[in-house]
Design a protein around this ligand. Sequence first.
Ligand SMILES: Nc1ncnc2c1ncn2[C@@H]1O[C@H](COP(=O)(O)OP(=O)(O)OP(=O)(O)O)[C@@H](O)[C@H]1O
Length: 613
Amino acid sequence: MPRPPPPPPTEAVTQGFFGVFRYSRRALELVWTTHRGLTIALAVLTLVAGLLPAGIAWVGAKIIDAVVAATATWTADGVLQMGDVFGWVAAEAGIVAALAFCQRGISLCQALLRAQLGQRVNMMILEKAAQLELAQFEDSEFYDKLTRARREASSRPLSLVNRTFGLAQNLISLASYGVLLVQFSPWAVLVLVVAGLPSFIAETRFAGDAFSLFRWRSPDTRMQIYLESVIAREDNVKEVKLFGLGPLLLGRYRDIFLRLYGRDRDLAIRRDGWGFLLGLIGTAALYGAYAWIALAAVTTRITLGQMTMYLMLFRQGQSAVSASLTAIGGMYEDNLYLSTLYEYLETPVPEARSGLSEGPLPGDGIRFEKVGFTYPGANRPALVDIDLHIRPGDSLALVGENGSGKTTLIKLLTRLYTPTTGRVLLDGLDLAEWDEAALRARIGVIFQDFSRYQFILGENIGVGDVRHIDDETRWRDAARKGMADALVEGLPDGYETQLGRWFADGQELSGGQWQKIALARAFMREQADILVLDEPTAAMDAAAEATIFEHFRRLTENRIAILISHRFSTVRMASQIVVIENGHIIERGTHDELMTMDGHYASLFSLQAAGYQ
Ligand SMILES: Nc1ncnc2c1ncn2[C@@H]1O[C@H](COP(=O)(O)OP(=O)(O)OP(=O)(O)O)[C@@H](O)[C@H]1O
């Protein structure tokens, strides 16, 4: 499939080179607030490690000059004077040991900070994910942001700080080399700095290119992650095997790699090719300076010791210049990647308004008033003009073909989505005005695609009311109401049984058994006076479903019970039945009323009843 060319890197890149450093301060703050002690230790060790190399070069010169002087004394007088030489050698050994200490310390601090910071950034990413709206998870652009943030951004703040400190270290080294080298010639210092610039400019450009490649490929990366999960996860393995999907999926996985690899390879070749050519400028400068310094030594303007020192300074200075420039290029790159993290973290979330916790008409129940809803990006509404009143004590069944809008209605009722038009009221108060926690406490709901947590059985029920997730008495009570108690008793570890196959000794349940657990979950909220079952019994046989609903109705007397089911034997028990077609309510009434009406409901009922005869 032809792909569009990479989009312009990002707003960040187009803002110019320096605009892109705007995340540096935030990264530093992040590292600082993660662990102050380690940050200070890292800073101090880095600075000391920056000063020591110049010391080594200077002492090196002293050793050579001391050797030359001692040789002269020995030749002239036959006297062996090694005091100075040994003294300077010992000094150099001391400095080298101190440098090694600093370097080890730096790497220790970095390792500890890396672990803490990785965890912290991942927590920030996940905390944000927990605050976001359902609609955002259905948006592929948002998923791209999330994937990019999770893939790369967690290691970038520390990398940025390491590079910043590394830059400071190299600049200190450079300044100290400069102080020594300027005594030879100020021009030498200038040559040193200017020779590194071309590689730096090229490197920065390529960092921008690499980043735009990274952004451009995130849909592909997501597809690869998805394919990995289809090929290698137990819940998909059955179909992959039986439909023989393995080679097809692997082929797609490989094709994505090859396409991405082609671009990566081109960039790497350009990056390294230019890096080599421009690096030659540095080499030429070094050997030019070499010749110049050697000339000065031969003409006795400088001593032999000084010659070695200047050469060392020049050589090390050059690596410090290129390390500094690479660090700046790297900081630029880290900033680009951090922009994806902050872009994600700054995704707007609806403000947590502290709303009201009761309505003006307690006992009024739920009202839908001219409610319409269109999914973001959809071109036709999923619900149109819905008017509905459900009072406490009512049981409502929603009936309709696949895709008619039943689940959407429940999503609006539970405030997972906000109506596009009209409003939903609970006890006379618009759902939008309700306090989140108060509203959630009133509603117990199980969707058809309920979650199967790879936790112990008790917790799988307990998640229905997180405040009591560990409360075994509540588990038992909810299991009894959800008719899961017999199932639990049949398991050797009872409520402690680890469910699913992901973890050791996990016990997999059948579809119907999982549904019983999910049903029990709905009963965890003892305060909930609205209970919603969105086809949670589809995997059970018709008789079991009818028993469960009858039981459910008894338990929910004086509460509101809402049920979605395709089984008319269950639906007929509800006190109010609403038939939805293409997002519209087309019929409503009791079973008998609807049968008398002899409309859509009656024909569907007769059709299903005929199937059982
Ligand atoms: N997240 C979504 N984004 C966009 N459109 C959606 C989304 N979920 C559902 N739809 C569309 O909205 C319409 C109503 O879907 P809904 O899930 O409410 O149907 P349903 O009556 O519950 O169907 P079923 O009996 O199959 O569960 C369908 O046309 C569906 O394609």
